[in-house]
Design a protein around this ligand. Structure first.
Ligand code: NSP
Length: 229
């Protein structure tokens, strides 16, 4: 791993979030180009098992957003997080899950949690319990930026089935892009001023979250008999 202070001297885009992202390859590219994500874009992915597991992801993610509101270092930082928590995740996205899982004939509560769901929830719970804003934002940023990465590859016409189309729409568009820009901006604002050891901890969490995103899509692909990558 090249430390941020050294990396920034030669990087073309020397911001902290780009250091985290580029240090998380090859997992990062594997997530945003994953066959399961490509199948969602084509409207061909079997979403049932994936969305059932993801609803459990979103539960811990919502709690982590709450921790971000609580642990942010200013009112101005709390506002966009609180807005996204209240207007998107617990409203639009929750409504999508209820409609999509009903259309797919799935229960909201799964019979079992996949190992990757357990591990992802554990990472989010660890960040939430640690109450360190930069580490919390690192996990949130991976989840949202990787999803913007694959969803923004979609082109018109989007799939007819609302289960695919709305899932793409939830993770693309100007509002979601601004949210990802905010999360990246928080890392860019805070990261350069952290001590080296804390920068390493942020990178560790960022890399672990990126790897879990890859495993999550692998799990979904396996359940729907697609190649893992
Ligand atoms: C596993 C996972 N990662 C990210 C997202 C986008 N919030 C999601 N719904 N699920």
């Amino acid at each position: 791993m090249i430390p941020f202070a050294q990396w920034r001297t030669t990087a073309s885009d020397p911001v902290f979030s780009e250091w985290l992202r580029s240090s998380s390859e090859p997992d990062w590219t594997a997530v945003v180009t994953h066959p399961f994500a490509a199948a969602i874009i084509r409207g061909e992915a079997d979403m049932r098992h994936y969305l059932v597991q993801d609803f459990q992801f979103v539960d811990a993610f919502t709690a982590l957003l709450g921790a971000a509101v609580a642990c942010a270092d200013s009112f101005e930082a709390r506002v966009p997080i609180g807005r996204f928590l209240g207007l998107t995740v617990t409203d639009t996205e929750r409504g999508y899950f209820h409609r999509a899982l009903a259309a797919l004939g799935a229960d909201l509560v799964p019979e079992m949690l996949e190992p990757v769901t357990v591990d992802f929830r554990a990472l989010m719970d660890e960040a939430r319990a640690g109450r360190r804003y930069a580490l919390i934002i690192a996990v949130l940023c991976v989840a949202e930026w990787t999803y913007l990465g694959w969803a923004s590859r979609a082109r018109d016409p989007l799939p007819e089935n609302f289960v695919h189309r709305e899932w793409i729409g939830l993770h693309d568009g100007p509002g979601f892009r601004a949210w990802v820009d905010f999360l990246r901006g928080e890392l860019d604002r805070l990261g350069p001023h952290l001590p080296d050891a804390e920068q390493s901890r942020v990178l560790d969490v960022f890399q672990r979250a990126t790897h879990l995103e890859r495993r999550f899509f692998d799990m979904a692909a396996e359940a729907s008999a697609l190649p893992r990558e």
